[in-house]
Design a protein around this ligand. Structure first.
Ligand code: TMP
Length: 253
């Protein structure tokens, strides 16, 4: 069978050439990695869940006028997306102290932050994605001041949207990471949300119990990652049909 041309393979996704110019097919793998891929495991069904969840969040963002790369879902593991020129920066927004912020600044995990904090990390696995400032980003030409202003505005809109959606299903959005790309429309460039938005790239805590429902379950060995993601999908009403994650087999007496 003729196989599509692979354009890029990352730790959790593969990109193939799309059916039309300016499009790509994004395939979600079952691989979970942490600590720059030092820790790696296959989690059955994770790709299916993240494909669905990223579709859900990106569709919602598109609907409220926050532009994303998402065009449509193709099947259980693949979605059609717009090809973008990726900006090599991870934009993190934090509402509650956790993870590397807690570690770096000695702020106890779970401490509410006085305002959302936006941080930038330079995407380079060989350097371990270091924290960088706006000064670095502009000086090294990774993005312009105008890009940065647009990136912060986009990230804060995503924060408001995701926080509201998650709070509606009893989940606190602690923090998240997005990646942003450029698209060209004639002579104009526009920034849009790319990559994925899923429990791989967010911290999600049950609002009542504090139970972690994100990739920290895997990073910190807290239990079954697929159960956590399935719970997020179930609460949002985006349970995939025909998925191994719908229900475990039960004995019928
Ligand atoms: P951090 O506290 O480890 O810096 O993570 C902040 C947020 O970014 C958290 O929601 C997890 C997400 N994240 C990624 O999506 N990819 C990464 O490689 C890292 C380190 C964090």
């Amino acid at each position: 069978m003729a196989r599509r041309t692979k354009v890029y393979e990352g730790k959790a996704k593969v990109l193939y050439e799309g059916p039309e110019p300016g499009t790509l097919v994004q395939y979600f793998k079952d691989d979970a990695t942490a600590f720059n891929a030092e820790k790696h495991q296959i989690i059955d069904g994770k790709g299916v869940l993240n494909n669905r969840l990223s579709e859900f969040f990106m569709t919602g963002l598109n609907a409220i006028g926050v532009p994303t790369h998402f065009i449509r879902r193709i099947n259980m593991r693949e979605q059609l997306i717009r090809a973008v020129e990726m900006i090599p920066i991870e934009v993190v927004v934090r509402n509650v102290a956790a993870g590397s912020l807690s570690k770096r600044l000695g702020i106890e995990e779970g401490t509410a932050l006085p305002r959302p904090i936006v941080e930038f990390y330079y995407k380079d696995d060989s350097l371990g994605d270091p924290l960088v400032s706006e000064e670095h980003i502009i000086a090294f030409g990774w993005a312009s001041q105008q890009d940065l202003d647009d990136m912060v505005a986009l990230a804060l809109r995503v924060n408001d949207f995701l926080s509201g959606v998650m709070m509606g299903v009893g989940i606190k959005l602690v923090d998240f990471k997005i990646e942003i790309g450029r698209v060209w429309e004639g002579d104009f460039q526009r920034l849009i949300i790319a990559d994925e938005i899923s429990p791989d790239s967010c911290r999600l805590w049950d609002a009542a119990t504090g139970r972690k429902l994100d990739k920290d379950v895997f990073r910190r060995d807290l239990g079954d990652l697929s159960d956590a993601y399935t719970e997020v999908a179930r609460r949002l009403g985006v349970m995939p049909r025909n998925s191994a994650n719908i229900a475990k087999p039960t004995l019928i007496n």
